[in-house]
Design a protein around this ligand. Structure first.
Ligand SMILES: [Fe+2]
Length: 278
C-alpha cells in the first residue's frame, strides 16, 4: 500500500547517490514514491554520460521506463527523449549503454535484483520500443476511458495494457485552454508525471516535474490547463474507469494549493511557481 502523494515536484528533490537497489551503482536517484511492503517503486534515474553496463542482466521485476532527457541504449535499441519501454520480469538485457547521459522516469514492480535466469513466460507483456516523436499521438481515444478529455480534442498515446490485470500506461496531450466541467474518481490507482506544460487541479498548479500517486476512489478535479500539457499516466489495479460527478461551481484557473502528502514528502511539495511570469 502506498499513501496518497498528491503532489510533489521532483525538481525540488535532490539527486541521491545511494542506490535503492543493490545492482546499479554510479547512478543518481529521486524516489517519487514507494510501496514499503511490495517495494514497488517509482523513481527518476540519472544516467551519467558514458555509463555502461556491459554484463548481461536479467531482472526479477518488471521495469517500465520513459526517457525525459538524453538517451539510453539497451539491446542495441536507442531510447531518446519521449521513448518508452516495458521489460517484464525475466527479460534479458544483453547490453545497457549510453554516451550522452539521460534522465529516465522508471517504475519497478518489486525489489530489484539481477536473477541471472532468463524467463520467457512474461514476454507477452514486452513493449520493446515506443517513440512519441516518431509515431505521433493515437488518432483516436479508444482504449482509455476518459470521455471528457477525449471530447475536448486532446490526444492520447496508449503505451500498454497489461494482458493479465488490465493495468495501463499512456501519454496525455492536453490541449491549451482545456477546462473540465466535472469532478471524477477512479476505481483504480492513478499515477501521473507532468512532462511538459502546466495544469491546474484541486490540489494546486502542477508544472513540469510534478508527480502524484493517487489511491483508488479519491474524488479529484476539475482540471484545466492554460498552456496545454503532456502527462505520463498509469492506471494500476486495472484499466482506467472514470466516474463523473457534476460541479457545484464552474472551473476557474486558480492555484488552490492543497497538497495531500505524507509528512516525509513536505520538503518536495512547496508551492510551484508558474514557469513563466510576465
Ligand atoms: Fe482522473
Amino acid at each position: 500500500m502506498r499513501p496518497q502523494i498528491e503532489f510533489i515536484n521532483s525538481k525540488q528533490m535532490l539527486w541521491e547517490d545511494k542506490p535503492i537497489f543493490p545492482i546499479q551503482d554510479n547512478l543518481k536517484y529521486k524516489t517519487l514514491s514507494r510501496d514499503y511492503n511490495t517495494h514497488e517503486t517509482s523513481l527518476l534515474i540519472k544516467y551519467p554520460p558514458g555509463w555502461v553496463l556491459s554484463n548481461e542482466i536479467t531482472l526479477n521485476v518488471d521495469e517500465e521506463f520513459f526517457v525525459l532527457e538524453g538517451a539510453i541504449t539497451v539491446n542495441q535499441q536507442k531510447y531518446t527523449e519521449n521513448c518508452y519501454g516495458f521489460f517484464p520480469a525475466g527479460y534479458t538485457r544483453k547490453g545497457f549503454s549510453q554516451s550522452e547521459g539521460a534522465i529516465v522516469l522508471t517504475f519497478f514492480s518489486e525489489k530489484y535484483k539481477d536473477i541471472r535466469i532468463r524467463d520467457t513466460s512474461n514476454l507477452n507483456n514486452l513493449v520493446k520500443y515506443v517513440s512519441l516523436y516518431e509515431e505521433g499521438w493515437d488518432t483516436d481515444y479508444i482504449g482509455i476511458d476518459s470521455p471528457e478529455i477525449a471530447s475536448s480534442g486532446s490526444r492520447k498515446k496508449l503505451l500498454r495494457t497489461d494482458p493479465a490485470n488490465g493495468d495501463q500506461s499512456w501519454l496525455m496531450g492536453i490541449i491549451p485552454s482545456y477546462q473540465e466541467s466535472k469532478v471524477e474518481s477512479h476505481p483504480v490507482v492513478q499515477e501521473c508525471y507532468i512532462i511538459k506544460g502546466e495544469i491546474y487541479g484541486n490540489c494546486g498548479l502542477m508544472i513540469e516535474g510534478s508527480y502524484f500517486w493517487r489511491p483508488r476512489d479519491i474524488l479529484h478535479g476539475p482540471y484545466g490547463s492554460k498552456t496545454g500539457c503532456t502527462i505520463f499516466s498509469r492506471a494500476i489495479g486495472g484499466k482506467l474507469i472514470v466516474d463523473y460527478y457534476d460541479l457545484t461551481e464552474p472551473f476557474q484557473f486558480v492555484d488552490n494549493f492543497k497538497p495531500q502528502i505524507p509528512l516525509e514528502y513536505s520538503n518536495f511539495s512547496k508551492k510551484n511557481l508558474p514557469s513563466k511570469r510576465y
